[in-house]
Design a protein around this ligand. Structure first.
Ligand code: 5RP
Length: 219
């Protein structure tokens, strides 16, 4: 089975958490694309979606799923999103698709965060996947120096401007043993918009696609 088949398997399993008349928070990425396609089959049962990126908004609209503004929708009961890595506490690295800022906002505004991924995303220690950090353009070099001081190797993501008009530094060489502490520390560097660590608000549930079915993990 390909990793895309495993992503689809996890995405389909997330439909079980969608209840009638919900407004569903929707993440970004190839796994979430499968979720959006699955959501289209039950779109008559939901009130709409709040999207975390322009890419997901386009896909939702192509399926004629109403896309609502988060300010109008208020707190959401459910957020479904993928991840680049998850540890066993369901603390995540996200931002491979450069949508980390809006993803973190929608996750924070949601009661339940269901993470969907193929089995390769589960790791013992976060950091093999380079940590994405969204920065204000004028702060790029300053933030890069601060990341170097902390042992990371920041690399500017080429040809990438986020939906918010910012840049992404991908930080290599991190072995993240205290994700919540590192998230708080990096959040405090002036010029950092969002750190792609989702540890202070981890996922509540991880649905992992495996060749034998979907594994459900809780922290
Ligand atoms: C986008 C993300 C994605 O959730 C993450 O990159 C996983 O993507 P995929 O589902 O394509 O493997 O954080 O910013």
């Amino acid at each position: 089975m390909s990793s895309d088949d495993l992503k689809k398997r996890a995405a389909e399993a997330a439909l079980e958490y969608v209840e009638d008349n919900m407004i569903v928070g929707v993440g970004t990425g190839s796994t979430v694309n499968h979720f959006i396609d699955a959501l289209a089959r039950i779109k008559h049962r939901i009130d709409g979606a709040v999207s975390s990126s322009e890419a997901s908004t386009q896909r939702l609209k192509a399926h004629h799923i109403p896309v609502l503004d988060l300010n109008a929708a208020g707190p959401l009961p459910l957020y479904v999103d993928g991840a680049d890595e998850s540890n066993h506490s369901l603390q995540l690295i996200k931002g491979g698709g450069a949508a980390l800022t809006r993803e973190k906002i929608v996750a924070a505004a949601s009661e339940q965060f269901v993470c969907i991924a193929d089995q390769s995303k589960l790791v013992d220690v976060l950091g093999t996947f380079p940590l994405p950090v969204e920065v204000i353009p004028m702060a790029r070099s300053h933030v890069a120096r601060e990341l170097l001081k902390r042992g990371g190797q920041p690399v500017l993501r080429e040809h990438c401007v986020t939906d918010n008009g910012n840049l992404i530094l991908d930080v290599y060489n991190l072995r993240i043993l205290e994700p919540a502490r590192l998230e708080a520390e990096l959040n405090n560097i002036p010029g950092v918009v969002t750190v792609g660590l989702f540890a202070l608000r981890p996922a509540d549930l991880l649905l992992l696609g495996t060749p034998t079915g979907v594994r459900t993990l809780r922290p």
